[in-house]
Design a protein around this ligand. Structure first.
Ligand code: ZN
Length: 409
């Protein structure tokens, strides 16, 4: 692998300083694959240099997950053990800064029965959800990626330079170069996103209308007063500004759950529970997905939309211009962190209560009453066609072009 130590160090520092923005005295929870132990050490050290009080590491392993799913009973895998719950309780108390480094093999779960996978995920998520809700909006976190052999092979099959190509793409999208100051590059990038978000917030659109020649013809109502957000968020407990996703190109909000109509046609395959859904569309009536079509993964898509009550409703709409560096890479990453930053997307499932005024302080039940969708899933799918147009509709009915031909109008 030809990536230099200097670039890796810059990347680790960027994740810790700009992404998570670790503050002196904070506990850090780092989640990373065992294969990436060298990079884990770099990230840990960067955290301590930023003043972290303690860095705890959750080591993950594709091999371990795959073998457990292959051989252990569903009932055993579904059970959340008392120590696991205690760990979540501790997290609610400590509110650590969380850093997730993704490097998974997109095919790790390929041979696992998708029903088993989604049932286990569902049972575990039900137990864990109250704890997740309790820390939501009260801690800093960041998800970033690290290239791995299997992931690279998936993106560039049979290519002996696969690892280098994936690294090149990752570093391009997170704006890390030998000759630049990534922290300054991110400042410029987040300023641009915030300017666009501020414009959308001034407009106060009541609805959005999507149209594209591929069959997308869709209208969704927004929640009055809900904010468009992008790039970063601020931890209300210490005012630390952090960037939850690296890369990030999107400006998003949560639309009014149960208030949309029409068809959204996906422009990229969707990888869900390690399985692919291809050439698909979802049709909504009265705010709920009533039918879907996929050339591959039809059953999987149907199951996804029925995971629970909220899985058939939208939790997010996001704007990403087609010039996004992720889109410029020109290949599918098989990883939402990247693929959702390629172009405009929507998500079925859980919405973001923090887009509501004082949303961080609301319980999920109260947020739901104001129109935020609730679900155990949140799955993004890409609708940003080359010719996509999006219009904003004001409460008085006037229309304003937001996107034309897949980019800012
Ligand atoms: Zn998104």
């Amino acid at each position: 692998m030809s990536i230099s130590q200097n670039l890796l160090q810059k990347y680790a520092d960027l994740i810790v300083r700009t992404g998570a923005n670790v503050q002196p005295g904070q506990i850090v929870q780092l989640t990373i694959a065992v294969e990436q132990h060298e990079f884990a050490a770099m990230v840990m050290e960067a955290c301590y240099k930023a003043g972290a009080k303690k860095v705890n590491v959750d080591w993950t392993s594709d091999v371990q997950s795959r073998l457990n799913y292959l051989y252990a009973e569903q009932e055993v895998l579904s059970r959340v053990l008392p120590w696991e719950e205690e760990k979540m309780k501790q997290m609610v108390e400590d509110l650590p800064c969380r850093i997730f480094i993704e490097s998974e093999d997109p095919d790790a779960m390929k041979e696992i029965d998708p029903q088993k996978l989604s049932d286990v995920t569902q049972s575990r998520a039900k137990v864990m959800k109250p704890y997740r809700n309790a820390i939501e909006g009260k801690h800093q976190w960041v998800i970033a990626a690290y290239s791995s052999e299997k992931w690279a092979e998936k993106c560039f099959p049979g290519d002996e330079d696969a690892m280098d190509k994936l690294w090149e793409a990752i570093l391009k999208t997170v704006r890390v170069r030998e000759d630049n100051d990534p922290v300054a590059a991110w400042k410029e990038h987040t300023d641009f996103i915030e300017k666009k978000a501020a414009w959308l917030n001034e407009q106060g659109f009541a609805s959005l209308r999507y149209q594209s020649a591929n069959g997308t013809d869709f209208r969704v109502d927004l929640i009055p007063g809900a904010k468009w957000e992008g790039a970063g968020a601020t931890n209300p407990l210490n005012d630390a500004f952090y960037i939850p996703n690296m890369p990030t190109e999107e400006i998003f909000t949560s639309p009014m759950a149960g208030r949309c109509e029409g068809t959204l046609v996906a422009v990229k395959p969707l990888s869900w529970n390690s399985q692919l859904i291809e050439d698909f569309s979802i049709t909504f009536e009265d705010g709920r997905a009533v039918s879907c079509r996929a050339s591959k993964g039809q059953e999987l898509l149907e199951r996804m939309l029925k995971m629970d009550e909220g899985a058939s409703m939208l939790g997010e709409v996001a704007l990403v211009p087609k010039e996004s560096p992720v889109n410029q890479c020109g290949f599918l990453f098989y990883e939402t962190l990247f693929d959702e930053n390629a172009c405009c997307h929507c998500a079925v499932g859980m919405g973001f209560k923090e887009v509501l005024p004082n949303g961080d302080d609301l319980s999920m039940e109260d947020a739901q009453k104001q129109g935020i969708n609730d679900s155990i899933i949140h799955v993004d799918f890409m609708v940003g066609a080359e010719d996509l147009s999006i219009d904003g509709i004001r409460p008085d009915g006037t229309e304003v072009p937001i996107f034309r031909n897949g980019t800012w109008a």
